[in-house]
Write a protein that binds this ligand. Sequence first.
Ligand SMILES: [Zn+2]
Length: 314
Amino acid sequence: MFPYEYALIWKLLYVNIDLGIFGIPCNSLISNSLIAVITPNVLAIIFSIAVSAIAMGILCYPLFVKWQRDRLMAQQFPKSCLSIIESNISIYRSLTSEQQKELQGYVQVFLKEKQFIGCLGLQITEEIEVTIAAIACLLLFSDRKTYFPNLRSILVYPTAYIVNEMVMNSYVVEERRVARLGESWTKDQLVLSWEQVQQDILNWHDGHNVVLHEFAHQLDQEDGKAEGVPILPRAMDYAAWAKVMTAEYLQLCDRVENGNKTVMNSYGATNPAEFFAVATETFFEKPKQLNQKHQDLYELLQRYYRLDPQQWQN
Ligand SMILES: [Zn+2]
């Protein structure tokens, strides 16, 4: 319960004591009064107030969040943030002025709701926060605008980081140390290498972008499962998604297995979740090639992200 709810209950008890409703002398000790007034009736009142307050909180919380987000969206975008976006996100200038304004709003909400944590001594700067936020928010132009609800913290390492990984090798499970550039967890955290983010922003056309990749995983994991299917706007959208994604995924697996050239990075053939993340990177960074070779996939992602990167001049 919130402090003001405790205050409300106390006030009720105090008023009742003071009015002598429960037959308690006003000059009794508080502890005695309290013991005396905790009758089934009072407990029922306290219980109903607490339940009402909790219900009210649950009902009002989404409205409060929406109000706060609308307020942040409407705020003046700081010049320092704009200058970082203009210098680090080359495709920003290709967005329409309405889209730029919308992106600025998403970034303000994102920066308010997520926390950045520097790892291995990395000092989090405004450049790190705004650059990562702006790239991640490119994925929020859809109608849902849920701002990666499972995510609270973004852990940023200065370079690639080392983790211990269990690997199944000919019926033997081995532990090995591997370098990672990023990872997305179903709950709470996402990890990035700042060095990799910097490399990615220098080249928007190689089909590799660790921020787009890991935040696409966040969209996929929003329902608690990583299977290459984010939450879609309408029930009828899932059939089209399954049809196109399955065909494209199997085609990529086939081409990778046979050593053929592919528009998408071969890592997309790992599993459907990685396919969606890699397809997202390719959609934003190699849109023309993707549309040319995989039109159905491009159009599916264009409908989902409500953007057409093919039209961007950069
Ligand atoms: Zn991945």
